[in-house]
Design a protein around this ligand. Structure first.
Ligand code: FE2
Ligand code: FE2
Length: 366
């Protein structure tokens, strides 16, 4: 705690227990009430406080167990055949960090799931395989490694892998813990598979990468019409930006996946970004509100989170809790590194809760 913020300051609760007060608290409790000064210092922290801890999930260690799930249960039995990643301090709400859930899903060639929908929003980041696809509200979208795909709140969705493809593995990101905390989640199962009435990839392919949008598109939904952001467009965009921009001292080149019609986040509750750390990049430390789940899409490096170093390489997943100091480093002197991340920034920002602080000591490094 900051020295300026002593609990003895005026305005903070500092009531000593006495037999009379303890009896008074018990009496209040019997009526479903309580004295605010007994909890005020706990429920009103001086600064944002996270109950999550920083964690790294190494893909090398998890991959075999993820694949083993495809021998043990079918997608029909499991509903969704996913190994989920849970924060040591958020097991009660099945969260990877804060109010975000993440998992690793495996689909073998020829497998597909039936369609369902829920109020929780979902996104995927593709890790391995060939021939993977998703169907979102009747739109069939195919995907490749490092593609980013969204399944917004209440859209019917199902996934599969073509019979002549290769086992597909992807990371799922959902806001299940948040929507459950708001007591607003639901779940419905579609009777069979969705009819596909439009050409495959019609929506993502309708948008050029040059800032053009279809002039006649009518879209009144609160999420991006793109559904898919292809790595084959995203990586060159990072390189182009690198060539003409100064580096962000914390994040290198960082670009947000956006709704091209609004410039805003891709969905109402979860945002996502891709960042490029040039060879030898040594990011400075800062902290801000919002919870973040990262996956290394390319290269190798490490992130120091609240003084603890986490070394990552391609496909490793790690989290940065809200208000945790963090700095990213690229370990290679010759290759760039790319970090995909998803977050709860749309919620944080729309509620006016975003704040950020730079580390001033030690030249900005932990
Ligand atoms: Fe789902
Ligand atoms: Fe950050």
């Amino acid at each position: 705690m900051n020295d300026n913020h002593s609990d003895n300051q005026l305005g903070r609760a500092r009531v000593q227990d006495s037999p009379e007060l303890i009896a008074y608290y018990k009496e209040l409790e019997t009526l479903g009430a309580g004295a605010l000064w007994t909890v005020a210092n706990d429920i009103e922290p001086w600064e944002p406080r996270s109950s999550s801890v920083p964690m790294l999930w190494k893909y090398d260690e998890l991959r075999d167990l993820v694949l083993k799930s495809s021998e043990l249960v079918t997608p029909e039995q499991a509903g969704r055949r996913v190994v989920y990643l849970v924060n040591d301090k958020r097991k009660d709400v099945s969260a990877a960090v804060g109010w975000l859930y993440t998992g690793i899903q495996v689909t073998k060639p020829g497998e597909s799931t039936s369609a369902h929908k829920h109020k929780a929003s979902a996104l995927r980041f593709i890790m391995e395989g060939e021939g993977g696809y998703t169907v979102v509200d009747g739109n069939k979208i195919t995907f490749e490694i490092n593609d980013f795909v969204i399944t917004p709140n209440s859209t019917w969705h199902e996934h599969g892998c073509d019979a002549n493809g290769k086992t597909c593995i992807w990371q799922d990101g959902l806001d299940i813990p948040l929507i459950n905390a708001l007591e607003a989640n639901d779940y419905a199962v579609y009777d069979g598979n969705q009819p596909i009435e439009k050409p495959t990839n019609q929506l993502p392919n309708s948008f050029a990468t040059s800032g053009l949008i279809p002039a006649d598109l009518v879209w009144n939904k609160p999420y991006s019409p793109l559904f898919k952001y292809s790595w084959k467009n995203v990586y060159p965009a990072l390189i182009e930006s690198l060539n003409v921009n100064k580096l962000n001292i914390y994040d290198g080149i960082i670009m947000k996946y956006s709704n091209p019609l609004t410039g805003g986040h891709v969905m109402q509750t979860m945002g996502a970004a891709m960042q490029l750390l040039p060879a030898g990049f040594k990011g400075k430390a800062h902290k801000h509100t919002g919870s973040f789940v990262y996956q290394c899409a390319k290269g190798k490096g490490f992130t120091i989170i609240n003084g603890q170093r986490f070394d990552w390489k391609e496909r490793d997943i790690f989290c940065v809790p809200s208000w945790a100091w963090h700095e990213h480093h690229n370990l290679s002197e010759t290759e760039d590194a790319c970090l995909f991340q998803f977050n709860d920034l749309p919620v944080i920002e729309s509620l006016g809760l975003y704040q950020e602080k730079e580390l001033e000591e030690n030249n900005g490094h932990q």
